[in-house]
Design a protein around this ligand. Structure first.
Ligand code: PRX
Length: 651
């Protein structure tokens, strides 16, 4: 009997917040009640109050939400502000000497910046950019290692109203080139190289390669000297960061921009081959960045907040470069990887810097969990008080390990659901209030109207899966896809006649209304927390001279979340033996070159044709079954060429 009860309890594990945590939390039960009521009765007024309270406006807004051209919503549109002013200048009176950034290099060297130092660095570099001819509205590509200069470059762009687009340093020259072209960038900011896991990543060389074929508008390439490795500098185009700054004053007047002025573009994968430039605003974006750091991460003045995401992803924007700084808090930045010099690196850094709030991805947790408890147990993790995860559903086993071994059963875990497009957390626990269930991102934040709906857009009963949608606009929502308004409407709004934002995820709610994210509904893979479009990888494969056709699907993977399986039809004969192995290797490296190492297929299978219906549609569900090694039980009667399934089953 008691066993039975145990197992039932085990299935429905719920972790209420510890009383001590609740007592000190930024959002307490009564605040939550008040906020939920206000948001329900006056959605627009709710956001207006927050925007007035949290942002330093240069010109206060009078229009909160302009929905006259929906789904192109505009927030606080007649207000003016500067995001960098909000992150730096407004803290100087009280926090000049407070540490803004603690940076640890790959090799373990530590550098810190106070708010005043960061303010000066940003001002000087902003002046340098201006001096190079960068103007408000110009696009600047930032292709940097995870070092403070990446944040300085972002903040400097924000300071002068230039629109930055950070490209993850792990992307290839080819991927960088597409983004440079699509954004119409005038300047590229990079470094000679980065260091990760003891190896040098040659960033400048990739920039050279991306620019070499021409057809772009890049006038200048600014290169931060970081590794000291030799790089080629092109006489009129390239200059060193320190040269660009020579003679520049520390102070740069912040340019006040309209609230809707684009703060940045960030490219992300969709279900077609071409990445989308997700366009974010200034005022609306900043607001959700601020409140989620305050509500979900419960940030306090004495906190040391470490979000391990690279600035190349949205997480590194909202929870590294902008949100915590807008609150005047202290962040940790780390250039390296979690397993170098050994799998204790994260925990060693938590101890060394006294990290109190730690935010990472389930894939990292799973990877580190494999090394066992002894490694984290060697470090003093007693300063930690709150843990977070993002990027994909966390499996309960990893959640429990994180909770037990890292958080010592003291620290709430905030599992935060959001996207590049949403700008900030949407569905996430409030750590002082929300009882936690391992694997669920729990409940929507105040002001966020998330729902699970059926094909007709009707909310479905709890317990069933459906489309995850957001039914009311929110300030940090994406504004459009850069240069492609139609794609914005088609991708995110058309499905339910422009009424709801369609996240592209499926989800279900349980009997308590908790959200459980089930995965993507489009052809997007989630590999180590990175979104990759299957079409993007397919296009890369087909670009290889030996490949005629390719289809890519995901397969569950215990560390990465999903592994990439590619089904390839060659132009010539299918090779055998070592030649086959060599071709697999060639194609994997080819994809790494075209997109980046994160997109390398884990498994490549060859066949003389892809399984298609008589109307020529690739039958992906069959490929998924083959990728998982499942027996084909599905109906194959519509399949034109059943015999090729056998071929693809062979490794
Ligand atoms: O599928 C969801 C998954 O990641 C997607 C968004 O990816 P991206 O734009 O790259 O942003 C990642 C960081 C915000 C979502 O559509 N996802 C993100 N967070 C979670 C998640 N799935 C489940 N639980 C989460 N906490």
């Amino acid at each position: 009997m008691s066993d039975q009860i145990e197992s039932i309890l085990h299935e429905a594990r719920v972790f209420p917040p510890p009383a001590e945590f609740s007592a000190q939390a930024n959002v307490k039960a009564e605040d939550y009640q008040r906020m939920m009521e206000k948001a329900a009765s006056d959605h627009v007024g709710f956001w207006a109050d927050l925007a007035r309270e949290k942002i330093s406006w240069h010109t206060p807004f009078t229009v909160t939400l302009d929905d006259s051209n929906a789904p192109h919503y505009r927030w606080f549109s007649d207000g003016q502000l500067n995001v960098s002013y909000n992150c730096l200048d407004r803290h100087l009176a009280e926090r000049e000497e407070k540490t803004a950034i603690i940076f640890e290099s790959d090799a373990g060297d530590v550098t810190t910046y106070t708010y005043k130092e960061l303010f000066d660095e940003v001002g000087r570099f902003a002046n340098a950019l201006k001096n190079l001819g960068v103007q408000t509205g110009d696009r600047v590509i930032i292709y940097m290692p995870m070092i403070p200069q990446a944040v300085i470059a972002m903040q400097a762009c924000a300071r002068i109203g230039a629109i930055h687009s950070v490209v993850f340093g792990g992307f290839s020259a080819e991927a960088l080139k597409d983004r440079i072209h699509d954004a119409g960038a005038k300047v590229v900011i990079t470094a000679d190289g980065g260091r990760r896991g003891g190896k040098v990543v040659p960033l400048k060389a990739a920039v050279d390669q991306a620019l070499e074929s021409g057809g772009h508008c890049v006038e200048k390439v600014v290169v931060y000297q970081h590794t000291g490795e030799a790089v080629e500098m092109k006489a009129t185009r390239d200059l060193w960061w320190h040269e660009a700054e020579r003679g520049m004053p520390d102070y740069c007047d912040p340019v006040m921009v309209d609230s809707e002025h684009p703060l940045f573009l960030l490219y992300t994968s969709g279900s077609t081959g071409k990445p989308k430039g997700i366009q974010h605003s200034s005022g609306g974006y900043l607001l959700n960045a601020i409140i989620t750091n305050e509500w979900v991460f419960d940030l306090k003045d004495e906190d040391i907040f470490w979000c391990t995401a690279d600035v190349g992803w949205i997480t590194g924007h909202t929870y590294v470069a902008y949100g915590p700084l807008a609150l005047g808090k202290t962040i940790v930045m780390f250039e390296g990887v979690p397993t170098y010099p050994d799998a204790g690196r994260f925990w060693q850094m938590c101890e060394r810097h006294g990290v109190t709030v730690f935010y990472t991805a389930p894939t990292a947790i799973r990877a580190l969990m494999k090394f066992g408890d002894e490694i984290p147990n060697q470090y003093d993790l007693s300063k930690l008080r709150l843990l977070g995860t993002v990027g994909e559903p966390i499996n309960p086993e990893a959640w429990m390990w994180y909770y037990r071994v890292i958080g010592k059963e003291r620290c709430p875990i905030v599992d935060t659901w959001w996207q590049t497009e949403t700008g900030a957390h949407m569905i996430a626990p409030l750590p002082g209030i929300t009882p936690l269930k391992p694997g669920s991102c729990t409940l929507p934040l105040p002001g966020i109207d998330a729902a699970v709906v059926d094909e007709a857009g009707n909310e479905i009963p709890h317990g069933n899966g459906g489309y995850l949608v957001i039914r009311k606009p929110w300030p940090s929502m994406l504004r459009t896809v850069w240069g492609d308004d139609q794609r914005y409407v088609d991708t995110y709004w058309a499905k339910f006649n422009n009424r709801y934002y369609v996240a592209g995820d499926s989800a279900r709610r349980d009997e308590d209304g908790y959200f459980w994210i089930m995965g993507r509904i489009d052809d997007v893979l989630n590999v180590s927390g990175h979104r990759l479009g299957t079409m993007e990888i397919e296009s890369a494969l087909v670009a290889h001279e030996q490949v005629a056709e390719a289809a890519v699907v995901g397969r569950p993977h215990e560390v990465k979340g999903e592994a990439i399986v590619a089904f390839v039809v060659l132009k010539g004969e299918i090779p055998t033996g070592s030649q086959r192995d060599a071709l697999v290797q060639t194609l994997r490296n080819w994809v790494a070159k075209e997109i980046g190492p994160i997109a390398k297929p884990d498994d490549i299978r060859f066949g003389s044709n892809l399984p298609k219906t008589r109307s020529g549609k690739i039958m992906r569900r069959l490929l998924r079954a083959i990728a998982r090694g499942e027996r084909i039980t599905q109906d194959t009667s519509t399949l034109e060429n059943p015999q090729i399934l056998e071929q693809f089953m062979q490794k």
